[in-house]
Design a protein around this ligand. Sequence first.
Ligand SMILES: Cc1cc2nc3c(=O)[nH]c(=O)nc-3n(C[C@H](O)[C@H](O)[C@H](O)COP(=O)(O)OP(=O)(O)OC[C@H]3O[C@@H](n4cnc5c(N)ncnc54)[C@H](O)[C@@H]3O)c2cc1C
Length: 311
Amino acid sequence: MEDWDLLIIGAGAAGLAAGIYGARSGLKTLILDERLAGGTTAEAPLVENYPGFPQIVGTELADKMTLHCRKTGAVIHDVESVVSMNLKDEKKTVKTTRAEYRASAIIIATGAHYNEIGVKGEKEFHGRGVSYCGVCDGPFFKGKRVLVVGGGNSACITTLYLAGIAGEVMVVHRRETFRAEDALVKDILSKGNVKALWNMEIQEIKGDKVVKSVVLTNIKTKETTEMPVEAVFVQIGESPNSVQVMEAGVEPEEGGCSIKIDIRQRTNIPGVFAAGDVTNHPVRQIGTAVGQGITAALEAYSYIRRPYYRR
Ligand SMILES: Cc1cc2nc3c(=O)[nH]c(=O)nc-3n(C[C@H](O)[C@H](O)[C@H](O)COP(=O)(O)OP(=O)(O)OC[C@H]3O[C@@H](n4cnc5c(N)ncnc54)[C@H](O)[C@@H]3O)c2cc1C
């Protein structure tokens, strides 16, 4: 059994930021990731909204964060999956495919995955017109015709955001009404460049190097049409990577499966903190994940060392 002060699960933006602050605070810090360090940032084709980097390829930003974190003395174990964990005792234990670790505090930073529609062309054109993040990729489609898939709050918020950038925004929804808040729906329908396509289902995304069109089917009439578009924004929800920690007793937000946190990134279990996309924080961006990771690490430091100013 290896002993650490701080154990961080997930080496994405939140986990790496937490690692930098943990190690610089003098905590013996270990970060575990089941994949390569860098997280979802590495999946962003181009990042244009992270302060200090007007334009940077996602993999490059992820590599810089990982390198920075390692330089502070935090240890990162890539490709090491967590098998089980016991979070309730004073000392937390985590068993992985390679070893067993004991730590005084834990930060859960396992991120989330976007739900996919599962149609032909979706995977092929991911990053080449297919996007899961309007705020991230919308500005690449200034004045163009884009399509949003979904009918809930996130689809409507993305539609509103894109209406201010794109030339035309088509929203494909399987029902006859949106499932979003009334005010949001009114706002959308008042936009001259937004068109809702009710009772429609997307069948296929087509293109050559980039997205060129989509094939849509009307659920009621079964009629099929092909529509030229330059981007498809899939907005049918996200699923936090939280199953394992929920099984270990971490409390989810009401009616969901994101980790419920307070303003200091604390979960319901003393000594267990959470940061980034796995939490119920309303914004899911690299900058917010970094901010949450920093808070979590400094709070973990206070929890472990109990400095005089916090006693
Ligand atoms: C295509 C795309 C483009 C984007 N573009 C932008 C952009 O331009 N600007 C922006 O601000 N945001 C962008 N985002 C959003 C941004 O990437 C995320 O909000 C941010 O990276 C979340 O960071 P995180 O650390 O919370 O999670 P992640 O970066 O997802 O990191 C979580 C890590 O935890 C690991 N993990 C999961 N489960 C386990 C487990 N059981 N054991 C061990 N490790 C585990 C994962 O392998 C992963 O490395 C984009 C997202 C996508 C998908």
